[in-house]
Design a protein around this ligand. Structure first.
Ligand code: CMC
Length: 433
């Protein structure tokens, strides 16, 4: 049946016609932009389960079919043939770069890698046990203090590009410095003779005492994980970046807010929680059935971390790729990690269980990613920082799309008020004890 042009809504005996919007993949929406002005009603949708906050040409996701495409290109093809930097260009600028475009992009990222020397002092003032996500989010916002020319609300396209490439280059340095701070080692400066990912790994793992050899297996594994994290349409952190950016706050402030949103255990923080959960099961003797029962028990707050997704109700295509990569990477690195066996057993058991089947709960991107990070030598509390670095081009691409939209409006949801009505102020002395 052809899609109708309007939807009819009957309210208090009057019929209103609401326009229908159709996306390029046939996704349909009822446009309620004028609903309140015409009817005095709003829609209520807590957790935005059904609310489209924008139209976007960046990422397509079909949760029923397990499809994920960046700018129309399937994630599987990008993982097989592309690099994180190329995917970053694709997400931000909308097309795969030509050789010339790519070398200019790479050169700008290479050139802008240093951070102001003063910023190093900030790191030293964080307590040693500070979570690296706390450091990263505040350091990204602090960057703006050093680049006043990059925080203008109305930038020219060239100025915007300058901000974007600096952001991509410097956040990587901040992440590596946050790690060095957490392990009490000297900062390692970026080396511009190295490519993006190798440079990052060198800043993370090189120590003055001995040379650090960059393993191409690790570079490839990191590239894969970052590509898989790179965008996921209007998720919690991306919506936060858009929300903050819609006030015309600068990109540093918007990304810093996105990092905070990502930190939560229901979102990007789940990768840390998954490995901690698997370690806990291992310490407890490796029997995962008890934990499946705990996850099913409504009187127990425990959830199977790395399981379930708001949008994917069949399988998460990212998890499928990561699960395979997990075996490959661990084999190539010659690592046998018992928690991988626990993860596989847990997955197998959960996927047979009616609780998980009925609720369509499958492993998500975070279920196996932490096991690869662990094999690479990245400590658990840095996992979400890795997610943030991977998600950076997606946040930037979505922010850029919004900021360049001439019809952009500040994001400002409404509410249905449920509090007290029109009470009188009572002075404190008359309130009783
Ligand atoms: N373990 C046990 N039960 C679960 C789980 C889980 N991991 N996830 C959902 N459920 C149950 C939930 O209790 C509810 O049951 P009932 O209908 O009986 O009340 C039902 O499944 C629906 O759950 P929900 O919380 O209403 O679903 P949601 O769409 O609001 O939440 C989610 C999605 C990802 C927050 C949730 O599945 C979850 O908390 N998962 C664990 C955390 C996690 O792995 N997060 C990473 C998500 S992927 C990375 C990213 O992009 O953010």
């Amino acid at each position: 049946m052809a899609t109708p042009k309007t939807a009819k809504l009957e309210l208090e005996g009057k019929v209103y016609e609401l326009p229908i919007i159709e996306g390029t993949e046939g996704e349909k929406a009822i446009d309620i932009t004028k609903l309140r002005a015409e009817t005095n009603y709003i829609t209520l949708d807590s957790g935005y389960m059904n609310t489209g906050a924008c139209t976007s040409a960046v990422t397509f996701l079909d949760g029923e079919k397990g499809v994920l495409r960046y700018r129309g290109i399937p994630i599987e093809e990008l993982c097989a043939s592309s690099t994180f930097l190329e995917v970053s260009f694709l997400l931000i600028y909308g097309h795969l770069p030509t050789t010339e475009e790519f070398s200019k992009f790479r050169e700008k990222i290479r050139y802008h890698s240093l951070i102001h020397e003063d910023l190093k002092n900030y790191f030293n003032n964080y307590p040693g046990q500070a979570h690296p996500m706390a450091i990263l989010s505040s350091m990204v916002c602090s960057l703006s203090a050093y680049y006043p020319e990059l925080i203008k609300a109305d930038q020219t396209p060239d100025e915007r590009d300058g901000t974007i490439t600096r952001m991509l280059s410097k956040v990587r340095v901040l992440a590596a410095f946050a790690y060095k701070r957490s392990v009490g080692q000297a900062f390692v400066y970026p080396r511009n003779d190295l490519m993006y990912m190798a440079n990052f790994l060198n800043m993370m793992f090189a120590v003055p005492a001995e040379p650090y050899e960059i393993d191409p297996v690790i570079v490839k594994a990191m590239d894969l994980l970052f590509i898989l994290h790179a965008d996921h349409e209007q998720n919690c952190s991306t919506s936060t970046v858009r929300m903050v950016g819609s006030s015309k706050a600068n990109l540093f402030a918007s990304i810093s807010a996105g990092i905070c949103a990502l930190w939560g255990p229901l979102h990007g923080g789940a990768n840390q929680e998954v490995v901690e959960m698997l370690e806990m099961i291992q310490k407890d003797g490796g029997g995962y059935k008890k934990y499946i029962d705990k996850a099913k028990d409504k009187n127990d707050n425990f959830r199977l971390m790395g399981f379930g997704h708001r949008v994917y109700k069949n399988f998460d295509p990212r998890a499928k790729i990561i699960k395979k990569a997990c075996d490959d990477v661990l084999n190539k690195l010659g690592i046998h990690d018992p928690i991988l066996e626990i993860a596989k057993g847990l997955e197998e058991e959960a996927l047979k269980d009616s609780y998980f089947v009925e609720r369509k709960l499958y492993p998500n991107v975070d279920f196996y990613s932490g096991i690869i990070y662990r094999a690479i030598g990245i400590p658990t509390n840095m996992f979400t920082v890795m997610f943030a670095l991977g998600r950076l081009p997606g946040w930037i691409g979505q922010w850029k799309e919004m900021i360049e939209d001439k019809n952009m409006k500040i994001c400002r949801p409404r509410q249905i008020y449920t509090g007290e009505v029109n009470r009188k102020y009572v002075p404190i002395e008359k309130r009783g004890s």
